[in-house]
Design a protein around this ligand. Structure first.
Ligand code: NDP
Length: 278
């Protein structure tokens, strides 16, 4: 049976094994998808061990996305721009890196939530592996502007520099601001930080939310609840990252298996299953 997995630290919360098992069932593919907790200094050797076991591909989550792009022998254009990868495919011992996080986020916002990003003012909080992966596809949705902020500002500045040409092509204004210097409000606020994984507070003030703004946390499940409550209490429309998770997984499944699974059905089933167990 073809072997796949998700590698991360932490990884216990990941729903990817459930999603890929369901995709396989619905598309008639035979595969096994597991979950691996990787020591923080052990990503490259974990990938080598998985390839030696016959692994065909893996998803990569926090905090290994930059390392994943760096170790691959071939890197897609979007992963090159992000310098981060959430999908590795293994062929004849070589690792190919791609990044489906941004496509997943944009599909969820525009197709599943029905929210058109074009002409909007966006705030992207976070410049880690996930923030880096979503910026390019967000620009390609042609918003009026994207402001990027991050606890370590230099990472946001470097990210912006890599995306300047793409932003110009798409008529999107790109800016970097310190977390505490955000004085305007936005139509869409996207939390791409890992702060909720460690029980941290929402990293920006509520004044960043314009009335009726879409407030999107890439996190999902109980860890996203603080952000969702904060958004609702301040008049925004909250959305967690479950739809993005399913959409980015579907794009990875397509890369590995050449079949696009039915995402809306799987998202509805996953949400139902998570509500039943919470
Ligand atoms: P990384 O470890 O690569 O980056 C973490 C990011 O979070 C950095 O921007 C970091 O800032 C910031 N951060 C961490 N702790 C805090 C804090 N206490 N306050 C403010 N900022 C903080 O992780 P990823 O980018 O890979 O993942 C980020 C989140 O997105 C995770 O929660 C992950 O689960 C989620 N995710 C969800 C996906 C989905 O499909 N729904 C897909 C991808 C990610 P600094 O640079 O200063 O360290």
């Amino acid at each position: 049976m073809d072997l796949y997995c998700v590698m991360g630290n932490p990884v216990d919360h990941s729903r990817s094994p459930w999603i890929h098992a369901r995709f396989a069932e619905l598309t008639g593919q035979l595969l096994h998808y597991g979950k691996r907790l990787i020591p923080l200094d052990g990503f490259a050797s974990a990938v080598s061990a998985f390839v030696a076991e016959g692994g065909r591909g893996c998803n990569v989550t926090v905090p290994f996305k930059f390392e994943a792009a760096a170790l691959a022998s071939q890197v897609s254009d979007r992963a090159t721009l992000a310098q981060a990868s959430n999908v590795l495919s293994f062929h004849s011992g070589a690792a190919l890196a791609d990044n489906t996080d941004g496509a997943g986020l944009v599909n969820d916002i525009q197709c599943n939530a029905g929210f058109d990003l074009s002409g909007r003012r966006l705030l992207l909080i976070g410049a880690g592996g996930a923030g880096a992966g979503v910026l390019g596809p967000l620009i390609e949705a042609r918003p009026a502007s994207i402001t990027v902020t991050n606890r370590s500002l230099h990472k946001a500045t470097q990210l912006l520099a890599r995306h300047a040409a793409l932003a110009m092509l798409n008529n999107t204004e790109l800016m970097v601001k310190e977390l505490h210097q955000l004085s305007s409000s936005f139509d869409v606020v996207i939390n791409a930080t890992a702060s909720s994984l460690s029980g941290g507070a929402v990293p920006v003030a509520a004044s960043t939310l314009s009335p009726g703004a879409l407030a999107y946390d890439l996190m999902y499940g109980s860890a996203a609840q603080g952000f969702m409550t904060w958004a609702r209490e301040h008049g925004a429309t909250p959305r967690d990252g479950l739809g993005m998770l399913v959409e980015q997984a579907a794009q990875a499944f397509m890369i590995w298996r050449g079949v696009l699974p039915p995402t809306q059905q799987v998202l509805a089933e996953l949400r139902h299953a998570m509500q039943a167990t919470s």
